[in-house]
Unconditional design. Structure first.
Length: 455
């Protein structure tokens, strides 16, 4: 039996904050998104705060009480296969160079079962926070033999299929950057035939980046798949492979098919040089991804003060009209010892790193974890609009300011009109006195009310 779901009094800050909305779902899709003239009294509806996530009724009525509803998060750059590998692969210096060397040396020791478990754990953790599309780059250590490279591909494809009802996994093998051999290209072609989404790489690390970019583009053209490259993840302002990538994208006419991640060197170069590269990327119709958590951690390791922090030119990329996603990158591995796959947390880190704290900028940050990465990843039918799949997350906050200040753990994660995870009951103070103080102060001091305080 297909359940009809109606949610009253939902806040949709990416559409309009002038009103609340009534949202209706049928057959796993949005059937109507209706602006209300005011707050709707719905005595027959269950308050979302008190709902346990289950209902056998043919029609489920919920009252969001002004809580924010966002389209499901889209994480446009992850490394699910490396996640939670830090206990096995360390990084004493904290540098990108040591992380690359140490993980490459450890790769042959990881079994397919171990890699699959890490992918499954990290993907489910991300889904639990509200992510509905996950794009993961996959290590592809062909130099250790085809078996080593393919065990990661096979593990990722198995998880992709098993989680298909719950999220979309996009997979991009990281083609070798020290030696892009014919064996590597042949194995990458086989991987695409098996079901990976596109081709990745890090050509700025190659001794011959431009020929490698050309060969990668030629293979992608042959296979008809998108390209997503780690690009100029360096503090060196002379690292500029983004120029060649943009020119190739224009030559192939691949608007919307080429993504550049990191782009750290843009932050180190002169304004006029960065503007030229950003202009080329915009002309080519490229997407971009900033990874503030990992790059704040990795970059500037060799600097005395002042220390370059490595986060790309977020505001300039956005101003150029380039769809710019903020994404998780690595989770508890030698490249980044922190991270949990929560894009709301990544949004907050982005706001700190890019100085985005005005009301308009906070809303732009929310678009960087929803609408913009949906464009980067080509997510079909994305957004809270009639006819689109009802993939969304409701959060225990009523304004973007509250969302980015409080980072609420309480979330209701939905896919196709089915609730995958409901928020637990609100925690309470053990002391009745403190609970009373808390409730009274929250009533008087919140993110919405503008009435005068009285004692």
């Amino acid at each position: 039996m297909e359940q009809e779901v109606v949610i009253f009094n939902a806040s949709l800050p990416l559409q309009s904050e002038e009103t609340l909305y009534t949202l209706a779902i049928g057959g796993g899709k949005w059937t109507s998104v209706t602006a209300q003239t005011g707050e709707v009294e719905a005595p027959e509806a269950v308050c979302l705060d008190k709902w346990n996530g289950s209902s056998a009724d043919a029609r489920l009525l919920l009252d969001a009480k002004g809580k924010i509803v966002l389209p499901g998060f889209v994480d446009a750059h992850m490394h699910l296969d490396k996640a939670f590998s830090l206990p096995h692969v360390g990084n004493v210096s904290g540098t990108l160079g040591e992380a690359v060397v140490n993980y490459a040396a450890a790769a042959p020791r990881f079994s397919k079962a171990e890699i699959k478990a890490r992918i499954m754990r990290s993907a489910l953790q991300s889904i639990s926070y509200g992510t509905v599309v996950l794009r993961s780059h996959l290590d592809f250590h062909i130099k250790h033999g085809k078996d080593v490279a393919m065990r990661t591909i096979e593990a990722a494809l198995e998880v992709k299929e098993e989680l298909k009802p719950y999220a979309e996994l996009q997979l991009f093998p990281l083609l070798p950057y020290f030696e892009l051999s014919e064996a590597a290209l042949d194995t990458a072609e086989e991987s695409v035939a098996m079901g990976v989404t596109g081709l990745g790489g890090a050509p700025h690390l190659s001794p011959n980046p431009e020929p490698d970019i050309d060969r990668l583009f030629a293979l992608a053209d042959k296979l008809g798949c998108p390209v997503d490259l780690h690009t100029d993840e360096s503090d060196d302002p002379n690292q500029r492979t983004a120029i060649h990538i943009a020119r190739r994208a224009m030559e192939y006419g691949w608007r919307g098919k080429v993504t550049a991640g990191h782009l750290c060197s843009l932050a180190a170069m002169k304004d006029e040089d960065a503007a030229m590269i950003i202009g080329l990327m915009a002309e080519a119709g490229m997407g971009a991804v900033t990874l503030p958590g990992a790059n704040l951690y990795l970059q500037g390791r060799h600097d005395a003060f002042p220390v370059r922090r490595g986060v790309t030119r977020v505001k300039e990329l956005l101003a150029a009209g380039i769809p710019l996603a903020a994404a998780s990158d690595n989770m508890h591995d030698p490249f980044h010892p922190f991270g949990r796959g929560d894009l709301l947390l990544i949004g907050l880190v982005t706001a700190y790193a890019a100085h985005m704290g005005s009301p308009a900028e906070m809303r732009e940050v929310l678009r960087m974890i929803t609408e913009y990465p949906a464009r980067v990843t080509g997510a079909d039918g994305y957004g809270i609009l009639p006819g689109n799949p009802a993939h969304f997350v409701a959060l225990d906050a009523r304004t973007p300011e509250e969302l980015l200040t409080m980072l609420p753990e309480r979330r209701w994660v939905w896919r196709g009109g089915t609730c995958l995870k409901a928020a637990p009951s609100k925690e309470k103070w053990s002391s009745a006195l403190l609970q009373g103080y808390w409730e009274d102060s929250c009533e008087r001091v919140d993110f919405v009310q503008k009435r005068a305080l009285t004692l």
